[in-house]
Ligand binder design. Structure first.
Ligand code: ACO
Length: 431
């Protein structure tokens, strides 16, 4: 018997089974041989919300939630955030290695030269009501891209895939900025190929009458760091959606629209928007104790606190706090920062939060920075989706090329009615 295995005794039958352990996991398919009778389906794992189930092997992102570690392709997030641009990190996430100078130049050129969108996509955008939420516009417009690029269906052609990857990373920023401009009724500002990825994004967002938009270098860099921090986060809800939808072999635009929809929820990428609304609702430092009391009574959650994986601290939150200081030097301090700092101080000292290992997550401070930079709260989830696009497509490509992956299709435990006869309308009971 291999020592790297698990011996299970089925007390229903007294039989013993040996299940191999590989990479700290057992294959739940191995449980299927555990049966009480030949016609028994066999044992399954039951894991609502996948809290203890690995759905894939991956080489992209490593997280140790207890130690507060996040690495892309082995590189610590702190080093990448300190030394790279977002596009360099996107290259790393997608290709597995940091680019050489020539590779980075070529990569940047390719992304930059795919930022324009078909003029007809503007008509899609124009169809939205003036106050449509930009994340709703973003999701629908990314989905519409699949109709503009029917070649994207050819997902097993590597060259074709790369073309869609350039398009997606580049065009999500343009769509995001155009969604904002549509909402406030400003003419769309076209991409400027002379600027960096984030410089150009700021240009498309905020350019007015000036001939050439000059981004503030501190804000441009801060946004780049925020994009690096949001680029990937292994098998979270939206990435799992990207992989799940992509596993049907649909084109990447349709899959990415689904991933973005998953990100929109307040428990995921919508949290930074929810944090800011929460801080505005609290308003002043003196109202914090009453607010915390209501959280502890179970009335609602403290947005921007807690994480499924990080139970020590979120390393991204630490980096973001430094970025916040640099941004506020330029923009002036937002009054909500005092509320956030005091809320964090009180919560980290409170037994309720300490016991449950609830710490500020990446979204606790990102919203305050975005607000100081001039982004409206509705844009926050969109700002998350732009860089997460690189993570989503890296995970999608890894899934496609993984010979062990198939169409994602979980099992269920059926607890509904047993077979019963149809009841005619006149005999039905109103209850
Ligand atoms: N405020 C108050 N209590 C909380 C919070 C919170 N933010 N988060 C968790 N708890 C409590 C739960 O009520 C639960 O308490 P109980 O044991 O008394 O029932 C306990 O802590 C464990 O929480 P779970 O909900 O089991 O943790 P889970 O891992 O399922 O949830 C999640 C993680 C969704 C992030 C949760 O902490 C939350 O809703 N946070 C607020 C939303 C948020 O900030 N989301 C952003 C996540 S980061 C991201 O997507 C980039």
């Amino acid at each position: 018997m291999s020592s790297n295995s698990l011996t299970i005794t089925d007390n229903r039958t007294g039989k013993q089974y040996e299940i191999p352990i590989e990479n700290g996991t057992i294959r739940t398919m191995d449980l299927r041989k555990i049966k009480v009778a030949d016609d028994d389906f066999g044992l399954m794992g039951y894991d609502p919300a996948f809290t203890n189930t690995a759905s894939t092997k991956s080489n992209i992102t490593f997280i140790d939630g207890d130690k507060g570690i996040l690495r892309y392709r082995g590189y610590p997030i702190e080093q990448l955030a300190g030394k790279c641009t977002y596009l360099e990190v996107a290259y790393l996430i997608l290709h597995g290695e940091l680019p050489t100078e020539a590779q980075l130049k070529n990569w940047n050129w390719n992304i930059t030269h795919h930022t324009f969108i078909n003029e007809n996509i503007k008509k899609v955008l124009d169809g939205f009501h003036y106050d449509a939420h930009p994340m709703g516009i973003f999701i629908s417009t990314v989905s519409a891209l699949s109709t503009f690029y029917p070649d994207a269906k050819n997902i097993f052609d590597a060259e074709n895939r790369h073309k869609q990857i350039y398009r997606l990373i580049a065009k999500v920023a343009t769509i995001a900025a155009f969604a904002y401009r549509h909402r406030i009724g400003l003419p769309y500002a076209y991409p400027d190929n002379d600027l960096s990825f984030t410089g150009n994004f700021l240009n498309m967002m905020f350019k007015t009458s000036e001939l050439k938009y000059q981004p503030n270098p501190v804000l441009e860099r801060a946004l780049d760091v925020l994009f690096i921090l949001h680029a990937d986060h292994e098998q979270n809800c939206s990435t799992n959606s990207m992989r799940g939808i992509g596993s049907s072999h649909v084109d990447p635009y349709s899959a990415l629209a689904g991933a973005a929809a998953a990100l929109y929820g307040p428990l995921h990428g919508g949290a930074n928007e929810a944090v800011l609304r929460m801080l505005s609702e609290i308003g002043t430092v003196d109202r914090i104790p009453e607010y915390i009391k209501r959280v502890k009574e179970g009335n609602f959650k403290l947005m921007g606190f807690g994480h499924r994986v990080y139970k020590n601290y979120d390393p991204r939150a630490r980096i973001i706090k430094q970025v916040a200081d640099e941004v506020f030097e330029v923009t002036g301090k937002d009054k909500l920062l005092d509320v956030a700092l005091e809320l964090e101080r009180i919560a980290l000292d409170d037994e309720y939060f300490v016991k449950r290992k609830l710490y500020p997550n990446v979204d606790f401070y990102s919203g305050i920075i975005y607000k100081a930079m001039g982004f409206p709260v509705e844009m926050f989830p969109v700002l998350f989706a732009i860089p997460r696009t690189s993570g989503w497509i890296a995970q999608w490509e890894e899934m496609l090329l993984d010979p062990e992956q198939k169409i994602a299709r979980p099992r269920q435990v059926y607890l509904g009615s047993d077979e019963r006869d149809f009841v005619p309308m006149e005999n039905r009971n109103p209850s």
